[in-house]
Write a protein that binds this ligand. Structure first.
Ligand SMILES: [Zn+2]
Length: 174
């Protein structure tokens, strides 16, 4: 909850920064609020409203770096939703409530067939679909993808916990 999404002047996400840094950028007139969603911090006599998304007034040129791949980051990118059947964490499957921990990272092309740990080759899958697919490709297993796995724009690892709703429109995959 303590983090702020920093956007370039072009609205491209740059990084996730601590609130203190966001506040300092606001005070120095370097950024503007890019959302109505604010976090209120109560001081001794005043309350500060810090936007959860801020945007630089001047464009800065940064070389694009790819987001780091990790299992956790894939699950976050897919919002703990199965790419095959669409079931989400919190829903019931075979009489059990699915928790986030029940989801696994599926390799579309299985590792046993040379599939790599890349954003495009991995997606979130529920236990039932994961089991059904086994060591096959989706095509071999007769399963279809509900969306195409893509490389996210920013590093999901930096965002610990839940991603605020106000960030999501800016974090859409390219
Ligand atoms: Zn599924």
């Amino acid at each position: 909850m303590g983090a702020v999404l920093l956007l370039n002047a072009s609205y491209e996400p740059l990084s996730i920064i601590p609130q203190r840094r966001a506040m300092s950028l606001i005070m120095r007139g370097r950024v503007d609020a890019a959302t109505d969603d604010v976090v209120t911090i109560h001081g001794a006599s005043t309350a500060l409203h810090i936007p959860r998304v801020v945007r630089l007034r001047r464009y800065i040129n940064v070389p694009r770096r790819g987001a780091r791949w990790s299992r956790q980051a894939v699950l976050q990118r897919d919002d703990f939703r199965c790419i095959y059947c669409g079931i989400e964490a919190g829903a019931k499957q075979r009489g059990q409530i699915l928790g986030r921990r029940d989801f696994t990272v599926d390799h579309l092309i299985p590792r046993s067939k040379g599939g790599k740990n890349t954003w495009g080759n991995t997606a979130c899958a529920c236990p039932v679909c994961n089991n059904r697919k086994g060591g096959r490709t989706p095509h071999e297993a007769g399963m279809t993808l509900l969306w195409e796995p893509k490389t996210p724009r920013v590093d999901y690892l930096v965002a610990s916990g839940d991603i605020p709703a106000s960030w999501k429109i800016y974090l859409e995959v390219k």
